[in-house]
Design a protein around this ligand. Structure first.
Ligand code: HEC
Length: 158
């Protein structure tokens, strides 16, 4: 009985290797935040190494993403991250949404919620230094106010 179960599980593991989610690697940067707003090289570097794998249309896939079910698990994070915030299509958001999202970026960094800890566990380079965090927070806050100077306290919060 146990051998049958083991064999069945092994067969499933082999079969699912043939099913891969489509890769997240669009090369269209026309609506990218860096194409429509000032993003310094310092900020670009931070976003690239710590955020863009899940918040843009181009993910740098690690080698183990070639295995299932890991690929599905990663894809799930990517899809969810992009649903909430996608820097590659930032220019398509309404101005109000853009300002709000940037405010959330500042907040989420201040509260140390991002990058996800399951991500920094493997991507050590994504652990941000104090200077990098401050640079990101200042950039996000000031751009947020530049885009929507009339933000109410409430909009900033929720
Ligand atoms: C491993 C994937 C991953 C990485 C890397 C990552 N995020 Fe996220 N992010 C998510 C997911 C998933 C969510 C939605 C669920 C949640 O809030 O936990 C999210 C949510 C957010 C939100 C909230 C948006 C909203 O509408 O609620 C912001 C802001 C954000 N991330 C900013 C960042 C920034 C800035 C970085 C880089 C410093 C970053 N994230 C790195 C996966 C990621």
């Amino acid at each position: 009985m146990l051998r049958k179960v083991m064999f069945f599980l092994f067969a499933v593991l082999v079969i699912i290797q043939f099913f891969h989610p489509a890769k997240n690697d669009s090369k269209d940067y026309t609506k990218d935040i860096a194409n429509v707003y000032p993003v310094s090289d310092t900020i670009k570097k931070i976003l690239e190494k710590a955020c863009n794998d899940c918040h843009s249309n181009s993910t740098n896939y690690p080698w183990y993403s070639n295995f299932q079910p890991v690929a599905w698990w990663l894809q799930d994070h990517i899809n969810e991250g992009k649903n909430h915030l996608n820097f590659s299509v930032f220019a398509t958001y309404s101005l109000k949404r853009q300002a709000h999202k940037l405010h959330e970026v500042a907040e989420i960094i201040e509260e140390e919620e991002m990058p996800l800890s399951s991500y920094t566990l493997i991507h050590k380079e994504a652990i941000l230094t104090k200077e990098e965090k401050n640079a990101l927070i200042n950039w996000a806050k000031s751009l947020s106010h530049q885009i929507n100077p009339n933000q109410t306290e409430k909009e900033e919060r929720d």
